[in-house]
Design a protein around this ligand. Sequence first.
Ligand code: CFM
Length: 558
Amino acid sequence: MNYKLKNETEFEEEVDLLEDLNPEEIKKEILNQYPPKVARKRNKQFIVNKKIDDDNYGEIQANVRTIPGIISQRGCCYAGCKGVVMGPTRDIVNLTHGPIGCGFYSWLTRRNQTDPSTTPDHDNFMNYCFSTDMQEREIIFGGEKKLRTAIQEAYDTFKPKMISVFSTCPVGLIGDDVHSVTREMQEKLGITIFGFSCEGYKGVSQSAGHHVANNGLFKHVIGLDDTVQEGEYKINLLGEYNIGGDGFEIDRILDACGIKIISTFSGNSSVDHFSNSHTADLNLVMCHRSINYVADMMEQKYGIPWMKINFLGAESTSNSLRKIAQYYGDQKLKDRVEEVIAEEMPAVEEAIAEIKPRLEGKLAMMFVGGSRAHHYQELFSEVGMKTIAAGYEFAHRDDYEGRHVLPQIKIDADSRNIEELDVQKDPERYRPRIDPKELEAEERYGVPLKHYDGMMADMEEGKTFTIDDISQYETERLIELYKPAIFCAGIKEKYMVQKQGIPMKQLHSYDSGGPYAGYKGAVNFYHELDRMINSKVWGHIRAPWEKSPELAAMYANE
Ligand code: CFM
């Protein structure tokens, strides 16, 4: 099969093109380029969406090792622990024990924002990069002494309430005992100090680091402060990291509804919020992949139920608010939520009316870490765009297929490497927030609890792809074949995509934009899409000789 690149007029006719392309054929063509063994493996991760029965969308292989030699966009365990989950917390000194590169490259690149004015001491250490700066000397003789000195120095300089230490690959390889050093320093200094065994090589991706971070937060931080705060409808927002100010917009909306946030994990967060989070009534889970462990463990230990929500997309935001109100079963909250929706939607509808005619029918592809490739599809469909291919870098089968497949997931050696905490009911503080029967039935007033349907359920059958841990080759080829109107991913793919003449939006860091969550965020995002997709610059990206290979020339002496 030989598909030609589209020229510029054909660029306008994406919908017709879709009719001509056969996804199964395309999959075959792409996988054919690999050696047979590699093709067999990628076959299980490269799926044309199709329902196999009422509840199942077909199995996808996920959370397995990347095939050596394939260019993957994944990160490491340290990135998931330090960068993703712990990084957005402003008043813990997050100290990287390792060579300086690990600290430097995880320093403020994720655009997680914070507002120190919301905690009394205004501490904010996020703009510093703390590292033990391991050298050859420590690799040979051990780095524990340097770690001790670094903790002391951080304490003397900043007097923080908490210090956490992140292990990088060499720390694990040489066998430094980070945990005994942190215990010793905790006793000496009298503040909470603890370590994470999040060596970069652990697990198969940053997903392992999320789990390690969840365990650390649960063991060392959550539950330290039993103060019961004033306020109704007390919730924690789990898996919202305030990238580009998303969390600020969600806070604004929840606040308008009269819903009190005890803690966000971990956008715009503070140690004080985490410590007190076990006093909330309900956990709202935004990014299921990175933080579902905390949600489950808080339910087991404290009796706090959790539900999945999504504040990306105006309609999803309204649905999530209604779901929360329904869960509480309280007319006052239901009324307030409807008022807020009525106040917010006119601006959204106005923007859609303006922008949708310019975007309708266009194609998008999105490949992000573990949640956004699903959540962002809502924003695209609100302006009439269609997600033709999507995937996660490191999510697990439940994020694709839904949590009902959890019992079928085989635990392999790489996952067994990560500690599973044995969590029991807290003898004093376990307090079921709802009727224990509802907790057991995982449903309250018709609202499903502990439930997530995953991404595949929301993608069109037969025409679209779900691809796990996509490779650079697959990315290039899909772009050549489909010429999507926009491709969304991260900085590693950005310029490769743009060189193919396709606008590229970073959905990790948002380039320099955001917020995109909630109502105001949705309007921002529609405008951003309009600006990028309808820019004329993409039509000029090909060099003249690519458009017409024959150049007229003459000899100089003629
Ligand atoms: Fe969750 Fe995230 Fe994501 Fe994630 Fe990430 Fe991120 Fe992401 Mo980049 S926590 S899984 S590890 S929503 S940093 S804010 S954008 S890959 S899709």
